[in-house]
Design a protein around this ligand. Structure first.
Ligand SMILES: [Zn+2]
Length: 296
């Protein structure tokens, strides 16, 4: 089956997850692979196997090069310990065993690897079903996700006006990506869970040392503001620190630098300098915040 047909069929089967990003009405997939609301606002399934539900053109800061780099790094297993941890957190906190699959939205899914790898962990650990949807503002990222990982609902869309109905998801993943707590609260089921991952103080320290001098404000990491904002909207069920060192194969250093927000403010010459240092070991350091929406 062609990717576009498989995507349209999957989205059609789960069209009850969607609401029109223009008017908020329910949507259905028609035979032309267009997701339509009753007011005839329509969104076509794209050839690579995703659907764009943007209501206006949005310029994303992140280009194809960054997402291809990120895909390479993800495939190398860089995030595996983190994904394993997230998988176990969901298994522990979500009451499985029902007939319905667990529904997971990756808000800010980028090139899709983290959702796909989480589904692998899930399938290894349980026979319960897994329905994964990924949403990102970047068409470039979502197109790679659709190219690389079948069996997921991949959407280009705006998290601030997300094209999903109230209480559609058991789990929202939000990994190293911007949050919209109002939307997270709206989209989660009553016993649903938000898993937000933010970088810890030691994250990619070796790259930061190579790219910036000590007095650069980028050297300072603090999650206090993020945590306070999280707690305004969600009760913290669990908070975990996860730190591990990764030995880099030589060819992965450049993609790692390219995919990393740290480098966005770095000049080309700084990036070249980091490459010359031939860093072979980097630290991954994350804080995993697990929350339930405050009682509405
Ligand atoms: Zn509509």
């Amino acid at each position: 089956m062609k990717k576009i047909d498989a995507a349209a069929r999957l989205i059609g089967r789960h069209s009850s997850l969607f609401q029109c990003p223009v008017c908020g009405l329910a949507m259905e997939m028609n035979e032309n692979r267009t997701l339509l609301c009753r007011n005839r606002h329509g969104f076509d399934t794209a050839k690579p196997g995703y659907i764009s539900l943007l209501t206006k053109a949005v310029k994303s800061d992140y280009g194809k090069t960054m997402f291809e780099a990120r895909n390479l790094v993800c495939r190398s297993g860089f995030f595996h310990p983190l994904i394993e941890r997230i998988g176990r957190t969901i298994l522990t906190n979500i009451s499985g065993g029902g007939l319905e699959p667990v529904t997971v939205l990756d808000a800010g899914c980028g090139e899709g690897s983290q959702l796909a790898q989480l589904a692998d962990v899930w399938k290894r650990e349980t026979t319960a079903g897994f329905l994964g949807a990924g949403l990102d503002l970047s068409k470039e990222g979502v197109a790679i996700a659709a190219r690389e990982y079948g069996g997921f609902i991949w959407c280009v869309g705006d998290l601030a006006r997300s094209p999903f109905r109230n209480q559609s998801f058991d789990v929202i993943l939000n990994v190293l990506s911007a949050s919209n707590y109002g939307e997270f609260t709206r989209l989660l089921r009553n016993d649903g869970m938000l898993i937000k991952v933010v970088p810890g103080s030691g994250h990619l320290q070796q790259l930061r040392d190579a790219l910036y001098d000590d007095r650069s404000p980028r050297q300072a990491y603090s999650n206090e503001k993020t945590r306070a904002l999280f707690m305004q909207h969600f009760d913290i069920l669990d908070e975990q620190q996860l730190r591990y060192d990764v030995t880099l194969q030589e060819e992965l250093l450049e993609p790692l630098v390219r995919m990393t927000p740290l480098s966005w403010g770095a000049r080309d010459e700084q990036i070249q300098q980091a490459m010359r240092l031939a860093i072979r070991e980097v630290t991954a350091d994350f804080t995993v915040l697990v929350g339930r929406a405050k009682v509405r």
